[in-house]
Design a protein around this ligand. Structure first.
Ligand SMILES: [Zn+2]
Length: 327
């Protein structure tokens, strides 16, 4: 897979410009921003790394988690998700034109993964947190027509689309979902964790809605991954105020263990790290260092494929997949 298969460079760049403009507008007053402890290990021992669009990122000296601190309050942060020009652009120009490509390259493989990883859940209750347009649930339904599928989606427009798709919909933030509406054998959350104001609280709420022994399957960004490490503050994955937590395989494990989960597997099956680094260098002049410039120029297609396979195999991709079980 190539980065251009799932997103267009000029559209992504325009979107990031709009995010920055929205962020400057919404967060003009930063007096309410609060310093936070490491969201993974709770240490108060972080080293400042860089400022981006006026937001400060720090890295925990104990567990290497990269995170935004000080950060806005939850309510303040939510403003950018509700009705901002950047969110509208994301839906209309970024997501919708690539929807079928993303279904095939991203959502279908995720659904196939659950059929392999959780065969016992085949007829059980499954909910996707932040279900968006319901693409993941649609793909699950094709493979597991008997599963009982729910979309947890707070956006009214997207909840409406999921409802039209025939799914049960809970139109709320996870935090507000009442256990009386049912418990689940499997909860999924894709590309959500990096956005969360309070990841620990999120996992506590996931746990509250899982049956004992139920599973959580999520994907997020690995701050120790290849393209993020090479590009660091220039990485487009580091985009405040959306992406504010960059856990890594070991800090994610710590967080899960202290919130009542048994880790089943944490891996980084990403396919795009090298392509992102090479694209950033060739098209945008972001220098990844002398060796990787040389490699981009002189490496064969085969060697680049092998590099990506190595990145995946040894858990150095920026795309992280996490499976854990509620104790
Ligand atoms: Zn830490």
């Amino acid at each position: 897979m190539k980065e251009s298969d799932i997103r267009k460079r000029d559209v992504l760049n325009r979107y990031l410009e709009l995010v920055e403009a929205d962020a400057r507008e919404i967060f003009r007053d930063r007096s309410g921003f609060q310093q936070i402890a490491c969201p993974a290990c709770l240490a108060n021992n972080a080293e400042p790394q860089f400022e981006k669009s006026g937001f400060q990122y720090v890295q925990c000296r104990q567990c290497n988690t990269l995170y935004l601190s000080p950060r806005p309050t939850y309510e303040h942060l939510m403003q950018i998700y509700t009705d901002s020009p950047s969110t509208r652009y994301w839906v209309e120009e970024f997501f919708m034109p690539m929807v079928e490509a993303r279904r095939e390259k991203i959502f279908r493989p995720r659904a196939e993964f659950i059929t392999l990883q959780f065969p016992q859940v085949r007829t059980g209750a499954i909910a996707d947190i932040g279900a968006g347009f319901g693409l993941f649930l649609e793909e699950v339904r094709k493979l597991w027509p008997e599963a009982n599928l729910t979309a947890i989606e707070p956006s009214q427009d997207m909840a409406g689309i999921c409802r039209k798709g025939g799914f049960r919909v809970i139109e709320e933030m996870l935090e507000d979902v009442d256990e009386a509406t049912g418990k689940y054998e499997l909860l999924t959350a894709f590309e959500l964790f990096e956005h969360l104001h309070d990841p620990e609280r999120f996992l506590n709420n996931v746990g509250r809605l899982l049956v004992k022994g139920g599973y959580v399957y999520l994907t997020t960004l690995n701050g120790l991954g290849f393209d993020i490490q090479l590009l660091w503050d220039r990485s487009k994955s580091v985009s405040p105020p959306h992406h504010i937590n960059f856990f890594n395989p070991s800090s994610m494990q710590k967080l899960l263990e202290r919130t009542g989960y048994q880790v089943i597997g944490i891996s980084t099956p990403g396919e795009l790290d090298w392509d992102i680094v090479e694209g950033a260098w060739r098209h945008e002049g972001k220098n990844p260092g002398r060796f990787f410039c040389t490699f981009s120029e002189n490496g064969s297609a085969e060697s680049k494929k092998e590099l990506q396979a190595w990145i995946r195999k040894y858990n150095f991709s920026s795309h992280m997949r996490v499976v854990a079980r509620k104790l």
